[in-house]
Design a protein around this ligand. Structure first.
Ligand SMILES: *[C@@H]1O[C@H](CO)[C@@H](O)[C@H](O)[C@H]1NC(C)=O
Ligand SMILES: *[C@@H]1O[C@H](CO)[C@@H](O)[C@H](O)[C@H]1NC(C)=O
Ligand SMILES: *[C@@H]1O[C@H](CO)[C@@H](O)[C@H](O)[C@H]1NC(C)=O
Length: 660
C-alpha cells in the first residue's frame, strides 16, 4: 500500500523499499538483486556505517541513459543537448543516437589505453559536449570518473589526482570564460608535474590497509599521465609532450562506435567528486551505481515535473554535483532535451540567460541564488528585453535563497506564472532531499519546504535530542535514500567521523535548520555560520536576508567577531546595487532595518561597504575569509577555491575599525 502518491504533502516515509522497487522496474537490470532492497546501518555505536541499495543486481548506467532511449524508447533522433558556447552563435546540437555513438567510440579509446573497470579517471574540462562524452565513456566501461571543475588550480587538480590515484587525465587545450582565455592544458601539465614531484613521497604510501571495501585496485602504479586534447577551438599555444599527450581526434580515427557495456554491481563505485572540507584536505565523496541512478532520475522527473517536450536548462557546471546529477544523469535517464551552456550569465551582456531561454524555448530553468542576485543588481530591463514565455518551472540550488531574490525571480523572471522549486541538497546527498514539488507544494519564499519521498529529516538540539514542532537546530536525516553517498574515497573513517559521529543514529548535514508551525523546513546555512550574541543564537542568513531587503543592497554577508561582553558581535559586509553610493545615512538605515526585521539583539555592530565578496568558483561566499577580515587576521590558510583574490586585499584595506 505505498505507491507514489500524487498527493505531494504526504512524504513517503513508511516503506521506501516498495516505492523505490517500483521505480527500479523502469530500468534495465542484467541480473536481479539478491539481498534487501535497501540495507544500512546509520548508527556508529552498532558498528560500521554502510548503505547498500539493490546489492547483487547488475546494470550499466550508460546503457540505461543512452542505449535504452535510442533503441527501446524511440528517442534516437531526439536532441539530448543544445550546446551553447561562450560566444553567441557558437552552437551545436547532439541527438541521443549521436551521443551514444560518440560515447561508445571514446569508451573504446579508453579501453585501448588500458583503462579497466574500477580504474579512476580524472576529467578536467570546460563545458563542452566532450565532457559528457568522456564521463559516460568511463561509466560504460565501469571506470570511475573524478571530475575536477576547470576553474580549479593546478595544485587542486594534482591533489585530487593523487588522492584518488587516477590513471588517466582528460583535459582540453583551452577555452574562454567570458572575455578571459584559460589555457587549460598549461594548468593540466603543471598539475601532472606536481604529481610526479609528489610521487616519491605520497604515491609509495598510497596502499591503504585501513580501507575497508574493495573499490578497485589500490596499488598505485601510475601517478598518471595521458592527456587528451579536445580540439583547437581557441588559439592557444598548446604545450605538447608526445610521451604523455594524446590527441582526442587522432585517437578516435577509425574507432568502432559500438562498445558492449561493462555490467556493474549496484554498489560498484560510479564516481568520486571532491568537496572542500572546512578544514583539512578535500573529501572525495563516493557515489555508487544503482541508488544514484534511481535517485537522480526520480528527483529530476518529479521536482521539475518533466514532460517529453520540455527543454530543460541547468546553468551549473558539470564540475559540481548539480551538473553531475541534473545535467548528465537525471535528465538523460528521462530522455530529456537540455541546454548545455559553456559561458557566463554576464557575457556578452547581462541579458544572456534570457536570450538563451528564448532561443531554445526553455521550459524548466535551474540556477543558483548567487546568479539571481548578480542579475537582480542590473534591474528588470535586461530581463524584460526577452519574452521568456516558454518558462514553466524555475529552480534554485546551491544555498538557501533569500526572500528578496526569491521575489524577484518569481515576479520578474517568471512573471508570477512559474512555481519556484527551492531545492536543498548536497554533494553528499546525491540529489534533492528537501524541495517543493512544482504547483503542488504551497511555496514560502526562502523555504525548501518539505522532504522528498522516502527522506526523513529531523531537527536536533545541541544535546542530540529530536525537537518537535516549530524549532531550530541541526538538520539531520534518520534513514538513507538510494542516492546518498557511500563513503569518502580512501577514508571510511573520515566518512563516519564527519557525518555520523556527532549524533549517533543520524546522518548529520552540517547545516542548521528551522521548522515553522506548518512543518516547513528553512535551512539557515552551515551550522558554523550561527552566531551566539549574548547567549542568543542568530543565523547569519537571517541577518543577511534583512540587509538585502533594503533597496540599496545587492548582496550581504555577515560573520561573527569576538566581543568581550556579548561573546560575538555582528560584522556585516554589504555589496550595493549598481550606481548606489555608500554613506553614513545608509548605514543608519541598514541598522534600523535589521533591528526592525529581527530584533535589537541582531543590530549590526560593524557594516563594511564591500564592492566584491570573496567567493568560491561555484559562487559560494567564503565566510571563513570574511571572519579573518573582520578580525584582521592575515593568515588566510588554503585559498585554492577562491575565485578572485584581489577582492580579499581590497576588503582588508577598507576594514571597519570601530563599531558603527
Ligand atoms: C520557440 O517558440 C516560438 C513561438 O512559440 C517559435 O516560433 C520558435 O520557432 C520556437 N523556437 C524553437 C527553437 O523551437
Ligand atoms: C535540548 O537540550 C537541553 C540541554 O542542552 C535539554 O535540557 C533538553 O531537554 C533538550 N531537549 C529538548 C527536546 O529540548
Ligand atoms: C553562547 O555563549 C555563551 C557565553 O557568551 C555560552 O555560555 C553559551 O553556552 C553559548 N551557547 C551556545 C549554544 O553555544
Amino acid at each position: 500500500m505505498c505507491k507514489l502518491m500524487r498527493l505531494p504533502l504526504i512524504a513517503l516515509t513508511s516503506c521506501p523499499a516498495e516505492f523505490w522497487g517500483d521505480v527500479a522496474k523502469d530500468f534495465f537490470w542484467k541480473t536481479k538483486h539478491t539481498g534487501q532492497f535497501l540495507d544500512y546501518n546509520f548508527d556508529v555505536t552498532k558498528g560500521e556505517i554502510y548503505i547498500k541499495c539493490m546489492e547483487g543486481a547488475s546494470t550499466n548506467i550508460c546503457y540505461n541513459l543512452l542505449d535504452r532511449n535510442v533503441h527501446e524508447k524511440k528517442l534516437a533522433d531526439k536532441v539530448a543537448f543544445f550546446w551553447e558556447g561562450n560566444e553567441p552563435g557558437d552552437e551545436l546540437t547532439v541527438t541521443y543516437r549521436e551521443l551514444l555513438q560518440r560515447v561508445c567510440q571514446f569508451a573504446n579509446v579508453l579501453k585501448a589505453q588500458g583503462v579497466k573497470k574500477g580504474d579512476r579517471v580524472s576529467i578536467y574540462m570546460p563545458m563542452v559536449v566532450e565532457l559528457v562524452v568522456a564521463m559516460l565513456a568511463c561509466v560504460r566501461i565501469g571506470a570511475v570518473h573524478s571530475i575536477v571543475f576547470a576553474g580549479f588550480s593546478a595544485e587542486s587538480l594534482c591533489e585530487r589526482i593523487v588522492d584518488s590515484q587516477c590513471c588517466l587525465l582528460i583535459t582540453a587545450d583551452g577555452f574562454y570564460r567570458g572575455d578571459k582565455l584559460i589555457n587549460l592544458k598549461l594548468l593540466a601539465d603543471e598539475a601532472l608535474q606536481k604529481c610526479r614531484d609528489k610521487r616519491s613521497s605520497e604515491c609509495l604510501q598510497a596502499h591503504r590497509p585501513g580501507f575497508r571495501r574493495d573499490f578497485g585496485s589500490l596499488t598505485f602504479s601510475v601517478c598518471v599521465c595521458v592527456c587528451v586534447c579536445v580540439c583547437a577551438r581557441v588559439c592557444v599555444q598548446v604545450p605538447w609532450n608526445p610521451e604523455v599527450d594524446l590527441c582526442w581526434d587522432a585517437l578516435l580515427r577509425g574507432v568502432s562506435d559500438e562498445c558492449e557495456p561493462e555490467w556493474c554491481d549496484s554498489e560498484d563505485p560510479l564516481f568520486i567528486l571532491y568537496t572542500s572540507g572546512s578544514t583539512g584536505k578535500p573529501k572525495g565523496v563516493l557515489h555508487t551505481v544503482s541508488g544514484y541512478m534511481l535517485y537522480t532520475a526520480t528527483t529530476f522527473k518529479v521536482v521539475f515535473d518533466h514532460q517529453p517536450d520540455d527543454v530543460y536548462w541547468c546553468t551549473a557546471d558539470i564540475g559540481w554535483i548539480t551538473g553531475h546529477s541534473y545535467i548528465t544523469y537525471g535528465p538523460l535517464a528521462n530522455g530529456a532535451t537540455s541546454v548545455l551552456f559553456e559561458g557566463l550569465p554576464t557575457h556578452p551582456d547581462v541579458s544572456r540567460m534570457w536570450e538563451i531561454v528564448d532561443k531554445y524555448n526553455v521550459t524548466k530553468f535551474y540556477t543558483a541564488p548567487t546568479a539571481i542576485r548578480l542579475l537582480m543588481k542590473f534591474g528588470n530591463e535586461p530581463v524584460q528585453r526577452y519574452k521568456r514565455s516558454s518558462l514553466k518551472v524555475l529552480g534554485t540550488v546551491g544555498e538557501p535563497i533569500n526572500p528578496e531574490a526569491w521575489q524577484w525571480y518569481y515576479n520578474v523572471v517568471g512573471e508570477k506564472r512559474c512555481p519556484i522549486v527551492d531545492t536543498f541538497w548536497q554533494t553528499e546527498t546525491g540529489g534533492h532531499v528537501l524541495t517543493p514539488l512544482p504547483a503542488a507544494t504551497p511555496m514560502k519564499p526562502g523555504s525548501a519546504t518539505l522532504p522528498f519521498f522516502g527522506v526523513v529529516p529531523a531537527i536536533l538540539n545541541e544535546s542530540g535530542e529530536e525537537l518537535e514542532g516549530p524549532s531550530e537546530g541541526y538538520l539531520v536525516f534518520k534513514q538513507p535514500w538510494p542516492g546518498v553517498m557511500r563513503t569518502i574515497y580512501g577514508s571510511h573513517e573520515r566518512f563516519e567521523s564527519t557525518y555520523f559521529k556527532k549524533f549517533p543514529g543520524y546522518y548529520v548535514t552540517g547545516d542548521g535548520c528551522r521548522r515553522d508551525k506548518d512543518g516547513y523546513f528553512w535551512v539557515t546555512g552551515r551550522i558554523d555560520d550561527m552566531l551566539n550574541v549574548s547567549g542568543h543564537l542568530l543565523s547569519t542568513a537571517e541577518v543577511e536576508s534583512a540587509l538585502v531587503e533594503h533597496e540599496a543592497v545587492a548582496e550581504a554577508a555577515v560573520v561573527g567577531r569576538p566581543h568581550p561582553v556579548k561573546g560575538e558581535s555582528l560584522y556585516c559586509f554589504v555589496t550595493l546595487n549598481d550606481g548606489v553610493m555608500y554613506n553614513s545615512e545608509l548605514e543608519v538605515e541598514l541598522k534600523k532595518q535589521v533591528r526592525e526585521k529581527i530584533g535589537a539583539i541582531a543590530t549590526p555592530d560593524y557594516i563594511q561597504n564591500a564592492p566584491g565578496l570573496p567567493k568560491t568558483r561555484s559562487g559560494k561566499i567564503m565566510r571563513r575569509l570574511l571572519r579573518k577580515i573582520a578580525c584582521d587576521e592575515r593568515e588566510l590558510g588554503d585559498i585554492s577555491t577562491l575565485a578572485d583574490s584581489t577582492v580579499v586585499e581590497q576588503l582588508f584595506q577598507n576594514r571597519c575599525c570601530t563599531a558603527v
